[in-house]
Write a protein that binds this ligand. Structure first.
Ligand SMILES: C[S@@+](CC[C@H](N)C(=O)[O-])C[C@H]1O[C@@H](n2cnc3c(N)ncnc32)[C@H](O)[C@@H]1O
Length: 217
């Protein structure tokens, strides 16, 4: 990854504790639109993706809290964090004792942020920068899917992929605050957390972040 992308991520964010998960520090932004404009300028692309990677999303916050309460879910296991964004779920899994963690995201800035955030927390997160949803399920014991159901196209592809993974014996945890495309009928709720987010992203700065497993079909 170009050093300039890393410099951009570090310049545009501030390393700070994650609300409710203060043991984790992430490179986070305060405002989404100015950062998005900066990304558009940096990439010379008006259609550049929103900088999801510069925020800790409600779904990921819920997974992080769940792993702190239930470290046995990931302890000693290989974890794959799909739609990783900042890498929050992968880092929470490593803090909970995962033997290794990979963060996968399609966004080049996310790939840089995941690695930088891992380093800032003294852990190593492997990074996969591509759309893994067309691949076979990864070689992992647990998949974490934090806040994946905000977009119809992504939602349509992620559930079959997670089901294929579960059919191969991979445990799946989903974290979500009740987004529009969440397939509630396919999910079994495990826990709910009151998570602190930001009105830059949400209608309220507190959300109910839920953690789910996949229901048997
Ligand atoms: C709302 S953010 C959630 C980030 C993180 N999991 C959290 O909860 O804080 C969704 C992320 O999914 C990524 N994404 C979208 N489509 C993807 C795909 N097909 N494969 C991997 N990542 C994807 C986006 O780039 C974005 O970083």
């Amino acid at each position: 990854m170009a050093a300039s992308t890393r410099a951009f991520v570090l310049r545009q964010t501030r390393l700070r504790p994650v609300p409710g998960l203060e043991e984790i520090r992430l490179h986070l932004a305060d405002e989404v639109l100015p950062l998005w404009h900066a990304v558009q300028l940096e990439t010379d692309d008006l259609d550049a993706a929103l900088p999801y990677w510069a925020f800790a999303w409600a779904g990921g916050l819920a997974i992080g809290r769940y792993l702190r309460d239930h470290p046995e879910v990931v302890a000693g296991r290989r974890v794959f964090d799909v739609a990783s964004g900042s890498g929050l779920c992968a880092i929470a899994a490593l803090h909970a004792g995962a033997s290794e963690a990979t963060g996968a995201d399609i966004d080049a800035f996310a790939a840089v942020a995941i690695a930088a955030n891992g380093r800032a927390n003294g852990v190593r997160v492997s990074v996969v920068r591509r759309d893994v949803l067309g691949d076979d399920p990864p070689d992992a014991d647990v998949i974490l899917a934090g806040d994946c159901w905000y977009d119809a196209g992504l939602a349509e592809r992620v559930l079959p992929w997670l089901r294929r993974a579960r059919d191969r014996g991979i445990e799946v945890l989903v974290g979500d605050p009740g987004r529009r495309y969440l397939p509630s009928e396919a999910l079994a709720e495990l826990a709910t957390y009151d998570v602190r987010t930001t009105t830059e992203l949400e209608d309220q700065d507190r959300k109910q972040g839920r953690v789910f497993g996949l229901r048997p079909r």
